[in-house]
Design a protein. Structure first.
Length: 250
């Protein structure tokens, strides 16, 4: 039996909301065990007051970094140095970065080059260069992950929110092109593509996650977009076909 993946968690407290740390740890628990937990910032600053209770509750080690020079982020540098040190001295399989700062993009690409998985968490303001460089990146504000951790949001509210999102999916050119390219890459001779193969292809080329679009599973996302056809074989195997391409062939 394979041991669980060992995960190192690095939090840029200056650029991450304290109230979402339970979301991060819940998600990482699906991947393995978080053996290293560190949060970086100037802990004397009142801006990080909300993090104090979280550090104790979740056994996160605070790393102090003073604001020595205005405009220079010592926190980012300290985090990067520690991450590289741990990468080479500890038995770690996954690096998790909690931040919305693009300064960590070189760290992500270097970590990936060493064969490690990089998971990112951040807000919508996170630059695409940082988001796309990660193996997977989850936004804090998407409906599915919030619904799992915030009891005040009821099931009916989630459904209403999702319906509103459906109206914009077809107009999301970047998303549609990504899905179409993945379908084309793994399609069989009859033009149908197995959903599992589509997901694997996408995960190998981008940090895409259907939950960032309000859907827990890739199949749910496809079913909400009327540009694709779906069918099942053997009871549970899902196949996808691009309607536009199918119409051209007919």
């Amino acid at each position: 039996m394979k041991d669980k993946e060992k995960i190192a968690l690095f939090i840029d407290a200056d650029n991450a909301p304290a109230g979402k740390i339970d979301t991060v740890l819940s998600e990482l628990a699906k991947l393995g065990v978080v053996t290293i937990r560190k949060a970086y910032g100037n802990w004397k600053s009142p801006r990080l007051k909300s993090w104090e209770d979280m550090l104790h509750e979740y056994a996160i080690q605070p790393i102090q970094q003073f604001d020595l020079t205005k405009g220079k982020n010592a926190t980012d540098m300290a985090l990067i140095i520690d991450a590289m040190d741990i990468l080479y001295t500890k038995d770690i399989d996954v690096i998790c970065l909690v931040s919305s700062d693009c300064d960590f993009t070189p760290l992500v690409t270097r970590t990936l080059a060493d064969g490690k998985l990089v998971i990112g968490f951040g807000e919508r303001k996170a630059p695409l260069a940082f988001v796309n460089s990660c193996s997977k990146f989850l936004y804090f504000d998407h409906e599915i992950i919030n619904a799992e951790t915030e009891e005040v949001q009821g099931i009916e509210e989630i459904k209403i929110t999702s319906k509103k999102q459906v109206k914009t999916l077809n107009r999301d050119t970047k998303l549609i092109n990504l899905l179409r390219q993945a379908i084309d890459a793994v399609e069989s001779d009859d033009g149908w593509s197995m959903l599992g193969h589509i997901g694997t292809h996408i995960s190998n080329h981008t940090s895409f996650d259907p939950r960032n679009h309000g859907y827990k599973k890739l199949g749910d996302l496809f079913s909400a977009i009327d540009l694709f056809e779906m069918k099942k074989t053997h009871g549970s195997v899902l196949w996808i076909r691009d309607k536009k391409k199918a119409n051209r062939q007919n």
